[in-house]
Design a protein. Structure first.
Length: 495
């Protein structure tokens, strides 16, 4: 097998399921072939996926030293620095990548300008946008960033011109709405890690509880961050009756690495993992556990304005539920993710026979089912609203939105939606499982064919014409009215 084939085998068959094994094997290959740029790039992407961002940035630089034409290595190095809250260093690398990319890609130059804007220098941002504007004059993300930089400079005429161009583009190019939303989702504020990485999220909530003198939210299972909370977990284990904990990676998605334990000796006190009290009495559909995925949209950071999507999906576990310890390693029993059993056609057929061929329901269908079983969907949805509202309060109190948008750069960040996964127990109580900063576009929102219209609504909400209005408060009211005109199934929750 060639080195290229080995890399592809790791990428397809190992990395999605056993990323730490993929990392070790790629490191071994890098030692054997230290001058192979393809493997160095692959190794760096594994580090990045594991949030080992310093090592990722270093390895991307090594990749570039081997293949100095690789602007993507430098671009990804910049992303790693940005995610480490190092915007000035990221800017240097974005600028470097833009020089290397030339006209092959506008993305490095676009992120160079965006970073200038986010560092409070919108005029430098506009300078950086001029070269890509010559190459891609109709690019929605570029026009959006220009519009906002001009707005922060108070250049109403120029910003309105870009606003009109965007609106025309939405009508003329069907893909432009999606392209804009995808850009805003992919290149957001690095502070989102404080709410999406599971260990950082626990720390953020603890900080909020401490500073506001509030109790730990009752929708969050007690969480132990490894290794710092190991002694607290040991103390809990001494008094707990028949305890079960769910162990999760702090950064990996799709429940990779997730497993259950009933003995704390089976928990490794290593960084990168948390343990949570397990919700042992989940409400079941046809004997299966499920998770409800809902979506919140932050349309403005200053002032804060948040919408809740009226819908979502219920992803149902592939295997029947049990707390038999022999099942503790089976993520497809205890989570909604099916990746480890993706080849089990027999299990998929059983699931389809129970709940339908898709293997999931819309929230609307779930609530009809729950209502037939005697539950009150309106009360369950109100719980979901309260969970999102509490999280927004915590973000506000922790200064999260203030860091997005100080007065001088109110428009440097665009709208952002995120997902919440919720578990319903037998008492009809919702528990927050996790926050997904960048939810996958596979099975998104209602996943019922309406996604295209939803992305169009999101793009339209993001581009509000202000005309000649220069008063800040009046602009806020215009933006709010504009959003509500295009909100579709999003309903205002805050602001």
């Amino acid at each position: 097998m060639s080195l290229h084939d080995e890399i592809e085998d790791l990428r397809e068959n190992v990395l999605p399921f056993r990323p730490h094994e993929a990392l070790e094997r790629s490191k071994t290959m890098a030692k054997k072939y230290p001058d192979n740029a393809e493997n160095l790039f692959f190794l760096a992407t594994i580090y990045k996926s594991l949030s080992r961002l310093s090592e990722a940035a270093e390895t991307f630089e090594r990749c570039h030293s081997v293949d100095q034409s690789s602007y993507m290595a430098i671009f990804n190095r910049a992303i790693c620095l940005w995610e480490q809250s190092k915007p000035e260093e990221a800017l240097e690398q974005f600028t470097r990548a833009a020089r290397l990319a030339g006209t092959d890609s506008i993305l490095p130059a676009l992120l160079t300008g965006v970073t200038h804007h986010r560092l409070g220098v919108p005029d430098r941002a506009i300078e950086s946008f001029q070269a890509p504007l010559k190459v891609a004059p109709t690019n929605a993300a570029l026009l959006y960033c220009l519009m906002n930089a001009e707005r922060d400079l108070g250049h109403r005429k120029d910003s309105e011109q870009y606003s009109r161009q965007l609106q025309k583009g939405f009508k003329r190019y069907s893909e432009s709405s999606f392209d804009l939303v995808e850009f805003l989702q992919g290149y957001d504020y690095f502070g989102w890690k404080q709410w999406s990485d599971k260990d950082a999220f626990a720390s953020s909530i603890r900080s909020w509880c401490h500073t506001t003198n509030k109790p730990w939210p009752d929708f969050l299972p007690t969480t132990y961050v490894m290794p710092s909370d190991m002694e607290a977990l040991k103390a809990k284990a001494k008094v707990a009756k028949d305890p079960i904990w769910i162990v999760k990676s702090t950064t990996l998605s799709a429940s990779v690495g997730t497993h259950l334990v009933n003995e704390i000796s089976n928990i490794k006190p290593e960084p990168g993992w948390i343990a949570q009290d397990y919700v042992k009495n989940p409400y079941l559909i046809k004997g299966r556990k499920f998770a409800i995925r809902i979506y919140a949209l932050v349309s403005s950071y200053n002032p804060v304005r948040v919408y809740l999507f009226q819908g979502g999906t219920a992803k149902i576990a592939l295997r029947k539920y049990t707390t038999d310890p022999n099942s503790f390693h089976l993520t497809s029993v205890h989570t909604e993710h099916t990746r480890p059993d993706r080849h089990r056609d027999d299990l998929k057929a059983e699931l389809a026979a129970d709940i339908g061929e898709k293997g999931w329901w819309t929230v609307d269908k779930l609530f009809l089912h729950l209502e037939k079983e005697g539950l009150r969907p309106a009360e369950i949805w109100n719980q979901a609203r309260d969970i999102v509202s509490t999280l927004i309060d915590a973000m506000i109190d922790n200064g999260f939105f203030d860091n997005h948008a100080p007065d001088s750069i109110r428009a440097a960040y665009g709208p952002k939606f995120f997902a919440l996964d919720l578990v319903l127990d037998e008492d009809a109580k919702l528990w927050l499982s996790e926050i997904e900063r960048s939810p996958t576009y596979n099975r998104i929102f209602n996943s019922d064919g309406s996604e295209g219209a939803i992305f169009k609504s999101l793009a339209q909400m993001a581009v509000c014409p202000f005309g000649d209005e220069h008063d800040r408060e009046a602009q806020v009211m215009l933006a709010k009215a504009h959003e509500q005109q295009h909100q579709g199934r999003f309903t205002l929750l805050y602001g």
